[in-house]
Design a protein around this ligand. Structure first.
Ligand code: NAD
Length: 261
């Protein structure tokens, strides 16, 4: 990324989960480049701190802080949201992006209750906690934008089975729509981001052979894996006032997967 930087998020404060890697890392840097002050949260403390170092080296001090937060723990999420308020005065944007895809064989027959529960705890409950505490703060300042990362697999059946993951992302879509409707008059917008398959650690650890990668690419009309920055640019749109009349959408950035039959 090189200057000139933008102003699409100037005056806004963003909290981004999963900020130590992939979409969260790219979004943290991009949001800061557009003028936001950013709370970078991740269960991986070093990863979140490294993202803040990157932002500080690019845009100067006072633009970002990191926090170790496990989104499946209510206390951690509460602290993460309150850090935005104590450090930067408010929260205008929450990007509930942290998530896991268990690398084990995860079809309905072979998956385990432990995998199911862990996936739901992080991917679904984590989003709920984030929304709960952000709504309370956003109400005080007249609104905000919340983006929840779902997946194209929640809109189409995944050919490589990952049943707990798919179910968790379907829950994110449903929860996001209801929140959008319930809080629309409070000027709190909620949208789901539905990425296609990306070249990030999460998927590359799952598709750990060339055969599995090629099997997945058969379904991508563009014929390539997406880049995390391509998701970050979509998240920036949803976070900014450019999307001011959008709420409750399943926003797909998927190389054309959902358009194919
Ligand atoms: P990634 O592995 O690069 O980053 C995920 C980050 O989330 C990591 O830094 C990890 O430490 C953090 N994290 C994991 N569990 C956490 C927890 N309990 N609390 C806080 N942080 C936690 O993966 P990514 O591809 O950038 O994934 C980001 C989101 O995008 C996830 O929700 C994922 O399900 C979704 N997604 C990814 C793909 C893909 O192909 N990579 C496709 C669709 C959706």
């Amino acid at each position: 990324m090189s200057p000139p930087y933008g102003t699409r998020l100037s005056g806004k404060v963003a909290v981004i989960t999963g900020a130590g890697s992939g979409i969260g890392l790219e979004s943290s840097v991009l949001f800061a480049s557009e003028g936001a002050q950013v709370v970078c949260a991740d269960i991986n403390e070093k990863g979140a701190a490294a993202t803040v170092e990157k932002i500080t080296s690019m845009f100067g001090a006072g633009r970002a802080v990191s926090i170790k937060a496990d989104v499946s723990k209510e206390e951690d999420v509460k602290k993460m949201i309150h850090l935005a308020v104590s450090e930067f005065g408010k929260i205008s944007i929450l990007f509930n992006n942290a998530g896991i895809m268990h690398p084990a064989d995860d079809n309905a027959i072979t998956t385990s209750e432990d995998i199911w529960d862990l996936t739901m705890k992080i991917n679904v409950k984590g989003v709920w906690w984030g929304c709960k505490y952000a709504i309370e703060e956003m109400r005080k300042t007249g609104g905000g934008s919340i983006i929840n990362t779902a997946s194209f697999v929640a809109l189409r059946g995944a050919a490589t089975p990952q049943i707990a993951y798919t179910a968790s992302k379907g829950a994110v879509l449903a929860m996001t729509r209801e929140l959008a409707v319930v809080h629309a008059k409070e000027n709190i917008r909620f949208n789901s981001l539905c990425p296609g398959p990306l070249k990030t650690p999460l998927l590359m650890e799952f598709l750990n052979t060339e055969e599995k990668k090629n099997r997945r690419l058969v379904h991508v009309p563009m014929g390539r894996f997406g880049e995390a920055i391509e998701q970050a640019k979509a998240a920036l749109f949803l976070a900014s006032d450019d999307s001011s009349y959008m709420t409750g959408t399943d926003f797909t950035v998927d190389g054309g997967i959902c358009a194919a039959y």
